[in-house]
Design a protein around this ligand. Structure first.
Ligand code: CA
Length: 238
């Protein structure tokens, strides 16, 4: 397994394939496109790579030693619904393709395949992802799927009310910065012409949201800044 932790403007592709020859030729062929390629030889290694960083595309072999490609895919989809996944399969049975697409694969290619075909499919998936960019906002292990209105912390789904999702989305968009009650009142509650302040309503809502987001987590993400408002995540370094 090779890996890099530096972020790169080049699309990052994870290739999970146990067969050394295929893995090497995929790494070479995709690398020639100018893409940054990380390879993993087992399902466990692939899953570990996916835990560590974001990829723009995953090429995932179905039959892997240990954790199968399908299991890796299911785990990925629990955390991130939007990374395009191209499954490689030696199987040609319709029910297997259906199972793969069912688990959230975006496309599949049956082995043996021509490298040029795989490269073309990868281009198509990356293009599609650019046209419909991922609607995931994240802070550490907190993730919000803005379109699905679904939030997870450490992979566990949280039961949030629509208002709580709105507040969380706003906090995520302004993460690391102070969000005042006035900002929340104006931008989330859409109340601009009120004589009475919504501060108490907002404080109650924030306390509830914080319980859902931070209770039981080792690391608190929502911070109250006395006299100022709230902040999600780390503040600016001083
Ligand atoms: Ca295999």
């Amino acid at each position: 397994m090779s890996d890099t932790t530096t972020s790169s403007p080049r699309p990052g592709i994870l290739v999970v394939e146990d067969e050394a020859k295929t893995r090497a030729s995929l790494a070479e062929g995709l690398g020639l496109q100018g893409w940054e390629v990380v390879t993993a030889a087992t399902g466990d290694d692939g899953a570990a790579c996916l835990e560590r960083r974001h990829f723009d595309l995953v090429v995932l072999d179905w039959m892997l030693p240990g954790r199968s490609g399908l299991e890796v895919l299911a785990q990925l989809r629990r955390r991130d619904g939007h990374v395009p996944v191209l499954m490689l399969t030696a199987r040609d049975a319709v029910e297997d393709r259906v199972a793969g697409l069912d688990k959230g694969a975006d496309d599949y290619l049956t082995k043996p395949f021509a490298l040029a075909e795989l490269v073309a499919r990868c281009h198509a998936l990356l293009r599609r992802a650019t046209v419909f960019p991922a609607a995931i906002l994240a802070c550490e292990d907190l993730r919000l799927d803005v379109r699905a209105r679904q939030a997870r912390r450490d992979g566990l789904e949280m039961a949030l009310t629509p208002r709580e999702v709105d507040v969380l989305e706003y906090l995520l968009r302004y993460q690391g910065q102070v969000v005042t009650r006035e900002m929340l009142q104006r931008e989330v509650w859409k109340q601009t012409n009120r004589f009475t302040s919504l501060d108490n309503v907002i404080d109650v809502q924030m306390a509830r949201l914080r319980r859902k987001v931070d209770d039981g987590a080792a690391h608190k993400l929502i911070h109250t800044l006395r006299g100022l408002g709230y902040r999600l995540g780390q503040g600016p370094l001083v």
